[in-house]
Design a binder for this molecule. Structure first.
Ligand SMILES: CC(C)(COP(=O)(O)OP(=O)(O)OC[C@H]1O[C@@H](n2cnc3c(N)ncnc32)[C@H](O)[C@@H]1OP(=O)(O)O)[C@@H](O)C(=O)NCCC(=O)NCCS
Length: 167
């Protein structure tokens, strides 16, 4: 499989929902529990294109196999405007093939160029792949928020990790 990474576009809204839906439905990787409405995804793509970073990994047929974004973190105050909230999603069945790494290689320099000084990730403590992935890409654990998410009446710890982009 030949994979290339390009900037996400508004017309990717449906395909990125289609990538995310089984990941969300599995209840295994993310604390997202609801399928994403089309308009919300379109708005999100517009916002990361304008204020953040958004990239997709595409195979040789044009199918989207990965999606990574850096969005404004706690955007309600300019005091946190230098922090990006990173999210990475690789299509189920395509994991551990280097796609997440390819996305990271494009996204991090773009986040630097956009003026972000650090990126943060909230990772489910029961998601060893994501913990290993972010660690592999220079994220350091800040701590574990205990019983942070509640899904189907089960509490899940979340690990907060950060990567400084400058200094
Ligand atoms: C986490 C995720 C994005 C990683 O993407 P990926 O394309 O599978 O990762 P890569 O193949 O680029 O792996 C890069 C490195 O990450 C680490 N890694 C990836 N998967 C791992 C796993 N299952 N266990 C431990 N380390 C892992 C390794 O260091 C790996 O390097 P290596 O293969 O040379 O050892 C992917 O597993 C995914 O989309 N999971 C479902 C959604 C999700 O959990 N997103 C994160 C929410 S916080």
């Amino acid at each position: 499989m030949t994979v290339t990474v390009r900037r996400v576009r508004e017309e990717d809204a449906a395909a990125t929902i289609e990538l995310l839906s089984p990941i969300i439905a599995s209840r295994a990787y993310s604390i997202m529990t609801e399928l994403i409405p089309y308009q919300d995804q379109l708005d999100f793509i517009r916002s990361v294109r304008n204020e953040g970073v958004g990239n997709v990994a595409v195979d040789e047929t044009g199918e989207i196999v990965g999606f990574q974004t850096v969005g404004g973190y706690f955007s309600e105050t300019p005091a946190l405007a230098h922090i990006g909230d990173i999210g990475t999603f690789v299509r189920l069945g395509y994991h551990r093939a280097g796609i997440g790494g390819m996305l990271m290689e494009k996204t991090i320099p773009e986040a630097v160029a956009k003026g972000f000084l650090k990126v943060m990730a909230l990772i489910r403590a029961d998601n060893p792949a994501a913990l290993g992935f972010y660690r592999r890409h220079g994220f350091e654990t800040i701590g574990t928020a205990r019983r942070h998410a509640r899904i189907d009446d089960r509490f899940i710890d979340e690990v907060m990790a950060e990567r400084m982009l400058v200094g």
